[in-house]
Design a protein around this ligand. Structure first.
Ligand code: URA
Length: 230
């Protein structure tokens, strides 16, 4: 929300007073003086006026999980363990998943209470690369590389996938970098060749690499630097 709206929503200030407070540089957001009425105030922002705290700001939380196979990317599930069951954190209901993985896909998963941050990560327009290690049932031929670059037509969404970079690592294994995150995207791409994906593991999202000290099922908070990288 804009800082001028945030302030004028408070019972104590009218619009004229808000204008003056900003012009007179009496308002701070996260410690910085703010005079631009468009400056963004979030639920996580600390807002002060004349030295008085108007909003503490909720702590923003960010975690990296090594998702194991056999667990659901949901907050609740009647049958199976969920990724949130792996978290021993307070107020878990505030947390959400930034980029789901299928039941039997393992690897890097990011969990946060910051919707703006997770949208940046998952919106196709931001083109953040997701890197997967893939093992398949059938051989992966050299013709795959060109097709992945060219794109696959997905009839359900009526779109052609963005160029994807496939590196063949062995007869039935590859590393794949994609910028979208469509439903079952990797499996559907290999499905074009009638080649079943037997193992799928996400190694990286943008600059964030799965910490190799995390065993499947373990998680840790992101560092300040990692949060900035998205
Ligand atoms: N693509 C898939 O098919 N499955 C995943 O879990 C992630 C990407």
């Amino acid at each position: 929300m804009r800082v001028d709206r945030f302030l004028s929503n408070l019972p104590r200030f009218n619009r004229q007073q808000v204008r003056l407070l900003l012009i007179e540089r009496r308002v701070r957001v996260d410690g910085e003086i703010v005079s631009d009425p468009h400056h963004n105030v979030r639920e996580f922002s600390r807002v002060e006026c004349n030295g008085e705290v108007l909003q503490e700001g909720r702590p923003a939380r960010y975690f990296m999980l090594h998702k194991p196979m056999g667990c659901v990317s949901a907050t609740t599930d009647p049958q199976h363990p969920t990724v949130l069951d792996l978290f021993a954190e307070p107020d878990k209901s505030e947390l959400h998943i930034a980029g789901r993985l299928d039941f039997n896909t393992s690897g890097l998963m990011l969990i946060t209470n910051d919707g703006q941050w997770s949208r940046r990560l998952t919106q196709p327009q931001t083109k953040i690369a997701k890197i997967y290690y893939v093992e398949t049932e059938q051989l992966i031929g050299p013709e795959y590389v060109e097709k992945f670059l060219e794109g696959f037509y997905f009839a359900f969404e009526d779109l052609t996938t963005q160029p994807a970079e496939l590196t063949i690592l062995g007869p039935r294994e590859a590393r794949l970098s994609i910028v979208e995150g469509r439903y079952h995207q990797v499996k559907r791409m290999f499905g074009f060749f009638n080649n079943k994906v037997l193992r799928l593991h996400r190694e990286q999202m943008g600059a964030l690499v799965l910490d190799n000290t995390l065993a499947p099922g373990e998680y840790r908070p992101l560092t300040a630097e990692e949060i900035q990288q998205i």
